[in-house]
Design a protein around this ligand. Structure first.
Ligand SMILES: [Cu+2]
Length: 138
């Protein structure tokens, strides 16, 4: 009697291990995309206060980093654009909402006055439209 039950117990354990492993694999696979693509995640670490002025610092170097920033609406704001040392088209900054279109010098930092933004996104891009960034005023 015992000898006939044994294979079923072994089979039961094997099934449990396989199902458990698949469950763990599915969970791991689903969680992986959340850990990737940090450059497109909203970043608030680049927002600082200088007196009454909010300063949003973005690095332009083969793209904009970070390319999505969340900042406060309703306070005087400056976009501090740091341009990398080597020239690439991201140093040519265009922000249509404020009629801004300038070629910034490599290795230099330029403050772009944004005034007192109201709620909503402010989008910028390189003059070719290849790279973009967004400041989400909330
Ligand atoms: Cu470009």
């Amino acid at each position: 009697m015992k000898e006939t039950i044994k294979p079923f117990i072994v089979l039961g354990i094997v099934v449990a291990v396989v199902v458990g492993s698949l469950y763990a694999l599915v969970r791991w696979t689903n969680s992986t995309p959340n850990q990737q693509g940090t450059s497109v995640k909203t970043d608030t670490s680049v927002v600082t206060m200088e007196g009454d002025t909010q300063v949003v610092t973005i690095l332009a170097r083969g793209g904009y980093f970070p390319n999505k920033v969340s900042a406060k609406a309703g306070i005087n704001t400056v976009l501090r654009m740091k341009v990398g040392n080597s020239f690439d088209c991201s140093s040519s900054v265009r922000i249509d909402a404020i009629n801004y279109n300038q070629r910034l010098n490599p290795g230099e930092t330029t403050d772009i006055q944004l005034g007192v933004p109201s709620k909503g996104p402010l989008n910028g891009m390189c003059s070719m439209g290849m790279y973009g960034f967004e400041i989400d005023f909330i």
